[in-house]
Design a protein around this ligand. Structure first.
Ligand code: CP
Length: 350
């Protein structure tokens, strides 16, 4: 079996946010993901990481992420350890350490680095005390101390593997993404949801020179640093970035739509002193008309419908759209998680 040149091309690197990589590197990752997808579908072996171990720490539940990482490392010839936080001494940030009662992230990360070849972490929501940025800091702390690559399986700021899988799916149906209109829109859901997906989507689509519109009701603003980075990407890569407060207006003429729930941040720290789940839920309930329907898709330029999954049926999107809309990329995006993650693992873990 010939080993492709991308294996080891980013050896030792962490993967926390797509913004840490140049457009050229992201394209190289996607080319690798395309190659792995082709080989997976042809049943060809891709055992480029024999004997390698991936540690997966999940503070939150998952269908796609856990199973695609676990299947992916096995298909590469390696092995995954699933670690739920209740099976570890709680990995703890320095400011929260209780003497003699907790294990510092710095120690957990260095111990796991002695046993395997990468550490992957998912942490947002209750596990990060609904304090925006805290989950990301936990992952950064693992990365700071680990001697092996640390992979972000979704935190409260970014979901970089989702963004890779999504842009791979978009590129498959539209090889020239530059100049295409891509709408990242709020969609209603009852529960609290992190900012990770919309933030990673505006970052990667502007990195590909698309004309990106971020649509949401007032109160659902993304982090200032992400908006600034999206504008810089648009200037640098020849696209555009605009904000709209009207879902239908944003959808007009769109080539891709990505309507997905996230929560208004004025109800959680550091924007609020406490976590006010009821307040957030009541505020979100004012926007139940932010739902993707066949009628709404009619105003687009025959847009491709995208969503990271799980989509909240009857809230974010109708059953009709999810089950019957011809230009839905929902399952392609889910599949591409496998290929994009295998690409990164093959590049960073040899
Ligand atoms: N999109 C995504 O990360 O799905 P899971 O929550 O099922 O992993």
């Amino acid at each position: 079996m010939a080993v492709p040149s991308y294996v080891g091309a980013l050896k030792g690197k962490d993967f926390l946010n797509t913004q840490d990589f140049s457009q050229k590197q992201v394209k190289q990752i996607l080319d690798a993901a395309d190659d792995l997808k082709k080989k997976f579908r042809a049943g060809k072996p891709t055992t480029y990481l024999p004997g390698r171990t991936l540690f997966m720490i999940f503070y939150n539940r998952s269908l796609r992420t856990r199973n695609s990482f676990e299947a992916g490392i096995y298909q590469l010839g390696g092995h995954a350890h699933f670690l739920s936080p209740q099976d570890l001494y709680t990995p703890t940030l320095p400011e929260d350490m209780v003497p003699y009662a907790t294990e510092a992230i710095s120690d957990v990360s260095r111990v796991l680095s002695r046993y395997g070849n990468a550490i992957a972490i998912r942490i947002y929501g209750d596990a990060a005390k609904w304090t925006i940025g805290r989950g990301h800091r936990v992952i950064e702390e693992f990365a700071r101390w680990g001697d092996v690559p640390v992979l972000n399986m979704e935190d409260d700021l970014y979901h970089p593997f989702q963004a890779l899988a999504d842009i791979q799916a978009a590129r498959e149906v539209q090889p020239k993404l530059q100049g295409k209109k891509f709408v990242v829109s709020y969609a209603y859901s009852g529960g609290l949801k992190p900012l990770a997906v919309p933030q990673s989507e505006v970052l990667i689509t502007t990195q590909f020179g698309m004309d990106v519109v971020l649509a949401h009701p007032k109160g659902f603003e993304l982090e200032d640093g992400v908006i600034k980075a999206a504008k810089e990407n648009a200037n640098r890569y020849g696209g555009s970035f605009k904000i709209s407060y009207d879902m239908k207006e944003a959808f007009e003429g769109a080539d891709f739509v990505y309507p997905k729930a996230w929560s208004p941040k004025q109800f959680v720290p550091p924007y609020s002193k406490t976590v006010d789940k009821d307040g957030a839920s009541a505020y979100q309930a004012k926007f139940k008309d932010w739902i993707t329907t066949d009628e709404l898709l009619d105003v687009t330029n025959k847009a491709y419908y995208m969503h990271c999954g799980p989509a909240d049926r009857g809230q974010e999107v109708t059953d009709e759209v999810l089950d019957s809309y011809k230009r839905s990329l929902y399952f392609e995006e889910a599949e591409n998680r496998l290929h994009a993650q295998k690409a990164i693992m093959a590049m960073v873990m040899p």
